[in-house]
Write a new protein. Structure first.
Length: 437
């Protein structure tokens, strides 16, 4: 018997909303599917470490964001620009997830790679990290940027986005370092997180209202240009990281103000009439983008558990009505397919703020496991986000494909273990209490 995605969506939407109606104070005992997901996703991350370390059992290490499964049936060929590319955001996620999995040693290797990349950029020394690096052990004096040799053109090919610096990726690199510092205090991790926050403040602080932080810098090193749009997602990242660094002492006043600036921007992006977040501003940095919706922008302000998060919990209803697709969730409003990473973010948010996620959602996530231990970015051949990769794009060319993905695997591990990357604690500790009803 075949079921339509719309029929499944209505059934699971009702179940999910029922689960949201009466949240327990703390996380419920995980079910068998959730426990199995925790075990298998953690094992997938460890396998990725073992594969990418290439015999170097210690030292700084970046993990490839995508790797094809052995069989590869129904999987499109991996784009050459993605083969061996280690995206900073994916690696920050993987490092935090490895902490959740109890593998602090592997998590520190990724953190050490972030620190070295910050200190040994091939061309600049201003406190940034790049959007991506070359996967594998860091054996060169300078951080190696991704790219590949095109034999036909007899030319080294690199990707402009990968060598650029997006503000949110800088914040997530700092978030990994703060998680590591909380687990085992290290002056190097804390100092590097503060350098990253300094770069954000100096290079991306908006010069026009609404006050907040811009998207970053894009392009080759000799002609990079600022990204003047502002992102709700980026600013919640900054708010969390800056507040966390402020609590660690030292530069508390400046970081407290940075956190407040970013959180105030997120608050301005709350759309009270629709009970959801606008994704940010348009290119001018001032006009609010009201048309689209990004799943992560709806969820992360809730998962972050700031003092304002409880006032935004109605946003989960928007997610159910506008991002649901079959058993899971899609990236954009009225999505064209399931986004595994975002579906895991929904599970993580429900566990953190409501104590449990529906069994159907855990089963959907479990079904995406590839034979190499990672989880597919989407069960569909391709899904759209409605976003452009960069200013050189002719249109909305940011897609997810049916490839095993480090970021999806890391979010599944975080959700299944109940570990909140924005707090460095598990839901079972009561660190992320439910909101009053």
């Amino acid at each position: 018997m075949r079921f339509s995605p719309r029929g499944l969506a209505l059934a699971h939407c009702a179940a999910a909303l029922a689960a949201l109606a009466s949240p327990p104070a703390l996380a419920e005992q995980p079910g068998a599917t959730q426990q199995r997901l925790a075990q298998q996703s953690c094992e997938g991350l460890r396998r990725a470490v073992a594969q990418d370390q290439k015999g170097a059992a210690s030292g700084p290490l970046f993990l490839a964001s995508y790797r094809l499964a052995a069989g590869g049936q129904g999987t499109p060929p991996l784009e050459p620009a993605l083969a061996g590319a280690a995206f900073t955001y994916d690696n920050a996620l993987a490092g935090i997830a490895l902490l959740a999995c109890g593998d602090a040693g592997s998590a520190r290797r990724i953190g050490d790679a972030i620190v070295r990349a910050l200190e040994r950029d091939p061309n600049v020394a201003d406190g940034r990290v790049r959007n991506a690096y070359r996967a594998g052990p860091m054996t060169e004096d300078k951080a190696a940027l991704p790219g590949y040799w095109d034999a036909g053109k007899k030319q080294w090919i690199a990707d402009a986005y990968q060598v650029s610096t997006a503000t949110g990726n800088v914040a997530w690199a700092a978030l990994l370092l703060l998680n590591l510092n909380q687990a085992e205090p290290s002056p190097a991790y804390l100092a590097s997180a503060r350098k990253l926050l300094g770069w954000i403040e100096q290079r991306t602080r908006a010069r026009n209202a609404p006050d907040g932080y811009n998207g970053g810098w894009y392009g080759w090193d000799n002609k990079q240009r600022p990204q003047t749009w502002k992102s709700t997602e980026h600013n919640i990242d900054i708010a969390v990281v800056a507040a966390w660094a402020a609590r660690a002492g030292g530069q508390g006043e400046a970081e407290t103000q940075q956190a407040r600036t970013a959180l105030d921007f997120v608050t301005r992006m709350w759309n009270p009439s629709e009970q959801r977040f606008n994704i940010g501003t348009k290119e001018d940095g001032a006009t609010i983008a009201t048309e689209g919706s990004g799943l992560d922008a709806q969820l992360w302000p809730l998962l972050a558990a700031t003092d304002r998060s409880c006032g935004w919990m109605r946003g989960l209803e928007w997610v159910e009505k506008n991002h649901r697709f079959g058993e899971g969730y899609g990236f954009s409003r009225s999505p064209d397919g399931i986004w595994t990473e975002g579906s895991a973010q929904v599970a993580a948010t429900l566990v953190a703020r409501k104590g449990a996620a529906p069994e159907a959602l855990w089963r959907l996530l479990a079904s995406q496991r590839a034979d190499n231990g990672l989880y597919y970015a989407t069960p569909a051949p391709r899904i759209s986000t409605g976003l452009a990769i960069g200013p050189d794009s002719a249109g909305a060319d940011f897609f997810y494909y049916h490839w095993p993905h480090l970021g999806a695997t890391a979010w599944i591990a975080l959700a299944a273990t109940g570990f909140n990357p924005f707090t460095g604690k598990t839901a079972a500790t009561g660190a992320n209490p439910s909101c009053p009803t």
